[in-house]
Design a binder for this molecule. Sequence first.
Ligand code: BTN
Length: 231
Amino acid sequence: MFTHMLWFEELPSTQDFLKDKSLPFGTVVVSNRQTRGRGRYGRSWHSQDGGLYFSFLLEDMNNLQELPLVFGLSVCEFLESLGVVPSIKWVNDVYVKGKKICGILVEKSKGKVIVGIGLNVNQGSFPKNLQATSMLLASGREYKCVDVLLILTDYILKNLDLFKSKGFLALRDKIKARLLFLDQEVIIYNDPPVVGILTDLSEKGELVITTAEGSKKIISGELTLRGFGLS
Ligand code: BTN
């Protein structure tokens, strides 16, 4: 169980709240809206009413690059329990029918780890430039954000326990089975870009790409299907 929960009507960012305050590990901070919601690469995270925006405070750990996948799996298992079919877009997104439903941000600050989750719950529409969907759009039903949070945190805590006690390998197959673009030709926009078939997920959560020059393990970068723009 998480140790404390703080729920706000509006915050600049639940990530920044946990960064700035001294709160016990296990604290969850939730906000109905964020005025400065942040995503990866300094992007802003659209945080209108209807979504669930929350951050988890965890103790520092070594294998941080695997953590977004552990949270992504938890979000997938939760959505699957509602009949929605999600995929994990490595490394920190959850997609449904080609559109993003959830983004995960893992940050390290002053000996603590803060994991932020933005899950689109009851939004009926999004700005056109966002290829986004919500639980409402995917299932035709509205949800109480408090119920979503409580059930989703059960999945998160179950998978975090397994991750801490048994390691990433205990979860790897479940994550691989949900990987978006598995066995398809992809590009990772690194310098230089890597082009090849996404064939596997390594025991450390890296993407395994089979390229013309052989197999390559990718630890970071933006993944997209070949022939499509950045998504
Ligand atoms: C991404 O897709 O790049 C990650 C998005 C993470 C958004 C969440 S919403 C709750 C928490 N607070 C923030 O400011 N960001 C994260």
